[in-house]
Design a protein around this ligand. Sequence first.
Ligand code: GDP
Ligand code: MN
Length: 352
Amino acid sequence: ETGEPPEPLHRVDGHNYDADNPFSDRINATLLSLVRNKELKELVQSMQDLERTWNHKFNYPWTFINDEPFTEEFKTVTKHQTNAECRYEVIPKEHWQIPGWINRDLMHESANLLEDMDVQYAHMDSYHQMCRWNSGFFYKHPALADYQYYWRVEPNVHFFCDVDYDVFRYMRDHNKTYGFTIALYDSPPSITTLWPETMKFVANNKQYLAQNNAMKFLTDRDRRPEHNFQANGYSTCHFWSNFEIADMDFWRSEAYEAYFNHLDRAGGFFYERWGDAPVHTIALGLFEDSDRIHWFKDIGYQHIPFFNCPNSPKCKGCIKGRLTDGEAWLNREDCRPNWFKYVGNEWDSTAA
Ligand code: GDP
Ligand code: MN
């Protein structure tokens, strides 16, 4: 007995990513959660859903990250939710603190203006720090150095559908960089200068543009008239990044590092409230081949107030085909049709 499965190990024909497939090799991946100690209960909710619908079949390790040490209670309770390995990590100070080139007075004056324009969390410094960390630092954490793929999980999210294949293996075997479930329009005043800064970067760095990029998607103007504002040329449509299944090689690339550094110096993480979602989306849309971005239609997901709820018997507990169970106007926030219009709905084209 050698313990070696026969070849071919890596690429099984068709879609045989089943948990019980003896040839299913493990992918270098972790479930990843940036979370605060006080969110323990909400995180347990997310863990229970993801373990029940998916991870108990695969036991991918969990990595929890915090800007301060996790409590013993946090560790004990979360470990109890999974058979997989759990790791608890603290963010290096220099990855989290507000950089020295940010002018605090200007930052707080700007927050007043943003607040007047109804930008959420304008005055919450930690929220700005979190968005910057999720944009340019999480994948630089030493504890993630040996991982390639991650699945981002927030406290108090819900997973509704049984998923019976290894999604990380799907990503690798189909050469995918990024997977999303929901895409939404953003609040323009939170990202007023993000697109102009991006255009400055691109003007000096044309070599980074992907041949099959999604520029048309990023600059779409077809948002319904009653709601029609762009952010200086950007449609504001973004993959909602509280859910991400992605390949960190992209964030670790020379193109993304240069782009992030340009944005970071421009200061908009603090003088505006640039989110990691529009930053990730714009970078993917410009510097990655659109074919490498995947809509996980089959992963039933909710982060209040929005759902991705497929019409499938594998899904329980969400309202099929609905974006929200909140107020009706929220339905207009869905911009996935914008993505499908330009890039296509891969799901339909590959369905049996
Ligand atoms: P929202 O979804 O945009 O309303 O923002 P959340 O409050 O859910 O924050 C997004 C993610 O970052 C969640 O996983 C939070 O747990 C995490 N987060 C936000 N602020 C902090 C912080 O100051 N420290 C830590 N450790 N995590 C944070
Ligand atoms: Mn959240």
